[in-house]
Design a protein around this ligand. Structure first.
Ligand code: F6R
Length: 242
């Protein structure tokens, strides 16, 4: 694992954008695995800036997102499709038909999960997967569990995740209780993984995930088994690891 320690959130965002930009530059038709949440917002802003300056071209880039809430329309301002449109896709020259977010409104959720796995396979896999990390060690919405789930599947969100994400909704009751997420298997098959972490609130879980035992009770700990992980964090988030 490579660890890049930045001074602060802005530095973390620039370093993460450097890595993603290099992938796009080297392989203009690459497949980017993307995440939502607050941590990668600065990274996406950096990518937009580089696109506007003429240094990045998304015309042939394809994307797959990690997850989506069940029951939110893509137009809902807390849906992850809406997040991706407003934080990145609407501001660069990516083709919307080349972007993929699991469908949260599917009648048949099982069929939607299989469709999503087929999309990833048909693209030839993910060149680089961006991951944030939940305070409980979740990646995507793979919550602490008894085993590592393989493919895309529906999950019940952990109480701590509902609590953490309530800040984005009018009140806690409005946070969806279920989500569709890529499995740990799909994430681990990505050729390269870029983990972004920021703030002292993440320091304990970062240490647990990368120094503790590999266990589905800390889903991110599986990343210790991946051959090409880059962890980009600010000093505060990496304080217990370095
Ligand atoms: C988002 C996702 C989540 C977040 C995690 C951290 O697509 O899958 O695993 O990455 O909850 O969220 P933030 O960055 O808001 O701390």
């Amino acid at each position: 694992m490579r660890i890049i320690c930045a001074e602060n959130y802005e530095g973390m965002s620039r370093q993460a954008a450097n890595i993603l930009s290099s992938v796009v530059a080297m392989k203009p038709d690459c497949v980017l695995g993307l995440a939502t949440g607050s941590t990668p917002i600065g990274t996406y802003q950096e990518l937009i800036k580089r696109y506007e300056e003429g240094d990045l071209d998304f015309r042939r880039v394809k994307t797959v997102n990690l997850d989506e809430y069940v029951g939110l329309e893509p137009t809902h301002d807390q849906s992850y499709r809406y997040f991706m449109q407003s934080q990145l896709f609407d501001h660069v020259n990516i083709k919307v038909e080349n972007t993929n977010v699991p469908g949260g409104m599917a009648q048949d959720v099982e069929a939607e999960c299989r469709r999503y796995d087929e999309i990833i396979a048909s693209m030839g896999g993910i060149d680089i997967q961006v991951l944030g990390m939940g305070h409980n060690g979740h990646i995507g919405f793979n919550e602490p569990a008894e085993e590592f789930p393989m493919g895309t599947h529906q999950v019940d969100l952990a109480e701590s995740t509902i609590e953490a994400n309530a800040r984005f909704f009018e009140n806690r009751d409005m946070v969806p209780r279920k989500a569709v997420t890529m499995g740990i298997g799909s994430i681990m098959q990505a050729r390269r993984i870029l983990v972004v972490v920021s703030g002292e609130g993440k320091a304990d879980i970062v240490e647990k995930a990368f120094r503790g035992p590999v266990t589905p009770k800390v889903p991110a700990s599986i990343l210790q088994m991946h051959p090409d992980v880059i962890l980009v964090g600010d000093k505060a988030a990496l304080s217990k690891l370095l």
